[in-house]
Design a protein around this ligand. Structure first.
Ligand SMILES: Cc1ncc(COP(=O)(O)O)c(C=O)c1O
Length: 343
């Protein structure tokens, strides 16, 4: 099976499995797991922050970030397509109790201009705005990269208005590898950053929430509140260390495979795709023929290819470590065959 549904389907590498088996552990809720402590130090250092917190998932990292940045009843500015708003079970409202003020992030790129328009003047009728949430790269935006320059402008704007910035950087290393910029060029323009270890970086579990020491102390308490203290999770952190140290550079292979996939799809009749918009590992395209997305996915599955749908008639394929360049050719052949008999 060629699994292009997500980069979350990646299995841990042999080196990760070995590191997991040999991990020295302790009770992390007492701060005594040396492997988790090492991962947190390494993660903080990689993204240029003072501290980091190991959490089970990107979803928990973002939720804990909201709990640490805001108080119930405050407002956050967030993209209508952002993972935090779209895919996290409404945790922002239900658990953090914040009010989302939505901006249009359909193309996956944030601008200071769009965010500034969402600001409201001080007024007794309005909630307090506290936080701007960004996502880079942007999942529903087809892996789009918000350029460093935009991040800087947004951060300056946030500072002017006394707001904080949280970056959902689940795939921030993809942005760094694709642009050739150090990851800190992006992360310096956010107060807190979520980094996922279990997507393209291939760790089996885990994310890091990074920020100042003070922020991470608050986040640690919020993690406890949502039940995320993990005891001897050094066995998981050990894989995360390998992810950060060994798996970042190879993301370029996923990007090359995604570009190749997009180029091949662009010449198949019955779909709309602009390969120039494929900047990282996510390929998103629209079916224009009579075949429905459901049928398309089922017929692909019959040919041994798994993909996903992110909206009606919108197909998503994500290049990842489990899929080789040769697999991409096979996937393209499967799409050609499905479209030839489905249009
Ligand atoms: C941009 C983004 N943020 C957060 C998450 C959540 O990560 P997790 O699945 O580990 O909860 C995802 C998952 O795909 C994502 O794409």
């Amino acid at each position: 099976m060629i699994d292009l549904r997500s980069d979350t389907v990646t299995w841990p590498t042999e080196e990760m499995r070995l590191a997991m088996a040999q991990a020295v552990v302790g009770d992390d809720v007492y701060g005594e797991d040396p492997t988790i402590n090492r991962l947190e130090e390494l993660g903080a250092q990689k993204v240029g922050k003072e501290a980091a917190l190991f959490v089970p998932s990107g979803t928990m990292s973002n939720l804990v970030a909201l709990l640490a940045h805001t108080r119930p009843g405050e407002e956050i500015i967030v993209g209508a397509e952002a993972h935090i708003y779209y895919y996290e079970v409404g945790g922002l409202a239900r658990v953090a109790g914040v009010l989302p003020r939505l901006i249009d992030d359909r193309d996956g790129i944030f601008t200071a201009e769009a965010i500034e328009k969402a600001f409201r003047p001080p007024n007794p009728h309005f909630p307090e705005t506290r936080l701007i949430c960004l996502e880079n790269t942007h999942n529903r935006g087809g892996g789009a990269i918000t350029p460093v320059e935009n991040m800087r402008e947004i951060y300056d704007l946030a500072r002017e208005h006394g707001l904080s910035v949280h970056l959902d950087g689940a795939r921030i290393f993809n942005a760094a590898v694709a642009t050739g910029c150090p990851v800190t060029d992006f992360t310096r323009y956010a107060d807190s950053v979520t980094v996922c270890l279990s997507k393209g970086l291939s760790a089996p579990v885990g994310s890091l929430l990074t920020g100042t020491r003070d922020f991470v102390t608050r986040a640690r308490k919020a993690r406890k509140l949502v039940g995320g203290g993990m005891r001897q999770a050094g066995v998981l952190a050990a894989a995360g260390i390998v992810a950060l140290e060994k798996m970042v550079d190879r993301l370029a292979e996923d990007h090359a495979n995604a570009r190749h996939l997009a180029g091949g799809l662009a010449v198949i009749p019955g779909m709309i795709i602009d390969p120039r918009r494929v900047q990282t590992n996510i390929v998103s395209y629209e079916l224009t023929s009579r075949i429905t997305d459901g049928e398309f996915l089922m017929r692909l599955l019959d040919r041994g290819v798994l993909a996903g749908s992110s909206a009606p008639q919108r197909i998503r394929m994500v290049a990842n470590r489990m899929v080789s360049a040769a697999d991409i050719e096979i996937a393209l052949e499967a799409v050609r065959a499905v479209m030839a008999c489905g249009s």
